[in-house]
Design a protein around this ligand. Structure first.
Ligand SMILES: Nc1ncnc2c1ncn2[C@@H]1O[C@H](COP(=O)(O)OP(=O)(O)O)[C@@H](O)[C@H]1O
Ligand SMILES: Nc1ccn([C@H]2C[C@H](O)[C@@H](COP(=O)(O)OP(=O)(O)O)O2)c(=O)n1
Length: 226
C-alpha cells in the first residue's frame, strides 16, 4: 500500500487547554511524531537557572542562548528531552522553571535558536508530526497542513492544572496561569496567537477523548483531501 503523505499538524493555545495530552494521543493514534515545544523553552530556561544566568537580564540570556544543546525525542509514546546529554524531563516541570520560562522565551535570540531546531525536527519527521506550542501555526510552521487553536475557560484550565499538582489550590493556579498567558501573549517576538487559518476548538465542556476524536477527524479529512 502507498504510504500517506507526511502531514504537519500545528496545535497552539494557552496553558491547560489540553495541547500536550491531545497532541500526544493524536500522534500515537495516527503514527506521527510528536514535538512539545514548551518543553524546549523549559529546557533552555532550566539551563539558564542552573548556570546562574540573571533571568532579569535579557542581554545575558541572549548571550548564552547558543550554549546549551537541546535534544528532543519525538516518539509520542515516550517523548524525551535532554540538555547537554542530561535527562531534564523532571527538572523542567518545577515551579521555579515555570515561573521563569516566559521571561526567557521572550528573548528573540532564544526564539530564533529554538525555532530553527523545531523546523529541523519537523522537516525530518518522515511520516509527519504534531507540533504543539504557542506560535507554531503563526511563525514556526506557517505552511502546516492543519492548524488547531485550543482554548478553555481560565477556571477549567486552573482546575485541570491544579489536579496535576498535589496540594496546589485552584485560585493561585488560576492567577499564575493568567499571568503567564498575559506575558506570552504580549511579548514582542512571536507571541501566543491564533493563526488566521487555524481551527479553534473550545475544550471547556469537552472531555479529552472528545478533543482527541475531533482533531483526529480533522487530520483524516485533510489527508483525504490531499
Ligand atoms: N478536555 C479535557 N478535559 C479534562 N481534562 C483535560 C482535558 N484536556 C486535558 N486535560 C487534562 O488537563 C491537564 C493539562 O493538559 P495538558 O495537555 O498538559 O495541557 P497544555 O499542554 O495545553 O498545557 C492534564 O492533566 C490533562 O489530562
Ligand atoms: N511555542 C512555544 C511554546 C512554549 N513557549 C513558552 C511559553 C510558555 O509559557 C512556556 C511553557 O510552555 P508549556 O507548553 O510547557 O506550558 P504549559 O504546559 O502550558 O504549562 O514556554 C513559547 O514561548 N513558545
Amino acid at each position: 500500500m502507498e504510504s500517506p503523505t507526511p502531514v504537519i499538524v500545528a496545535i497552539d493555545g494557552p496553558s491547560g487547554t489540553g495541547k500536550s495530552s491531545t497532541s500526544k494521543a493524536v500522534a500515537a493514534q495516527l503514527g506521527l511524531s510528536y514535538l512539545d515545544t514548551g518543553a524546549q523553552y523549559r529546557a533552555i530556561t532550566w539551563w539558564m537557572v542552573s548556570n546562574g544566568i540573571d533571568i532579569d537580564d535579557p542581554a545575558a540570556i541572549a548571550a548564552a542562548a547558543g550554549k546549551p544543546e537541546i535534544v528532543s525525542g519525538t516518539d509520542p509514546q515516550g517523548p524525551t528531552i535532554t540538555v547537554d546529554g542530561v535527562d531534564v524531563a523532571g527538572p523542567i516541570r518545577t515551579q521555579e522553571v515555570t515561573s521563569k520560562v516566559s521571561a526567557v522565551s521572550a528573548v528573540s535570540d532564544v526564539r530564533a535558536r529554538i525555532t530553527e531546531l523545531q523546523r529541523t525536527i519537523a522537516a525530518s519527521a518522515q511520516d509527519g508530526i504534531v507540533v504543539e506550542g504557542r506560535d507554531i501555526g503563526t511563525t514556526v510552521l506557517p505552511d502546516a497542513d492543519l492548524k488547531i487553536f485550543l482554548t478553555a475557560s481560565p477556571e477549567a484550565r486552573a482546575a485541570r492544572r491544579s489536579g496535576e499538582v498535589k496540594g496546589s489550590d485552584v485560585h493561585s493556579t488560576r492567577e499564575a496561569l493568567i499571568k503567564r498567558d498575559a506575558a506570552d501573549s504580549s511579548r514582542k517576538t512571536s507571541p501566543l496567537a491564533k493563526a488566521g487559518d487555524a481551527v479553534e476548538v473550545d475544550t471547556t465542556e469537552l472531555t479529552l477523548a472528545q478533543v482527541i476524536e475531533c482533531v483526529v477527524t480533522l487530520v483524516e479529512e485533510k489527508r483525504a483531501g490531499k
